[in-house]
Design a protein around this ligand. Structure first.
Ligand SMILES: [Zn+2]
Length: 189
């Protein structure tokens, strides 16, 4: 798929909404994203997972790991394409952990998959877990990188799509100045 085809899927499934939004931080933005929305459609999840798998076709991979919750469905779908195991990490009392008896064996080659990278915080927490193990971290993929190139993982990062989302301080918002109606995502209309 081309980047345009990927973006079209994300617009069609309302992952990417253009407009004028108040974010939970209080900032205003021209785009709102809800990546989980595309993963409610298995056929789209499978297509995106196949794109992720294709980015690493020259690498040997034994295992895909995704941080809960965003990375669970996508890492599972990517593992299915690659024909390998899929596990997830999750927060327990605020700390990222690998639980539920999931094991990574010495020498395994591990791909990290996340739905969207904003600051990259969850992925970094997974990486620091993996870096303590005697394994190889192949790299990281996500559907969207909205970090503006700021996510630095010290491992190869291959997102499907990089999105540049403009955000504004509430009192210095160009969209407010233009009088564009504002939406508060998550609140009932
Ligand atoms: Zn505004």
């Amino acid at each position: 798929m081309t980047e345009k085809e990927i973006k079209d899927i994300l617009v069609k499934t309302e992952v990417i909404q253009d407009g004028h939004f108040v974010l939970s931080s209080g900032s205003h933005a021209d785009t709102y994203m809800q990546c989980a929305k595309v993963l409610q459609y298995p056929e789209h999840a499978a297509k995106l997972a196949a794109e992720i798998a294709a980015k690493w076709e020259d690498e040997e991979i034994d295992l895909v790991i995704g941080p809960a919750l965003g990375g669970v469905v996508l890492s599972y779908a990517a593992a299915e394409v690659l024909g390998v195991r899929s596990i997830f990490s999750e927060r327990k009392n605020g700390e990222m952990k690998i639980r539920r008896g999931f094991e990574i064996k010495d020498g395994e080659r591990v791909l990290v998959v996340e739905d969207v990278v904003t600051t990259g915080g969850s992925v970094k927490e997974v990486l620091s877990l993996l870096e303590e193990m005697d394994i190889d971290i192949v790299g990281i993929s996500s559907i969207v990188d909205r970090s503006g190139g700021k996510a630095d993982f010290n491992h190869e990062f291959k997102p499907l799509l990089a999105l540049d989302i403009k955000s504004y301080k509430a009192n210095k918002c160009d969209l407010c100045k233009e009088g564009i109606p504002i939406t508060r995502p998550g609140s009932k209309a």
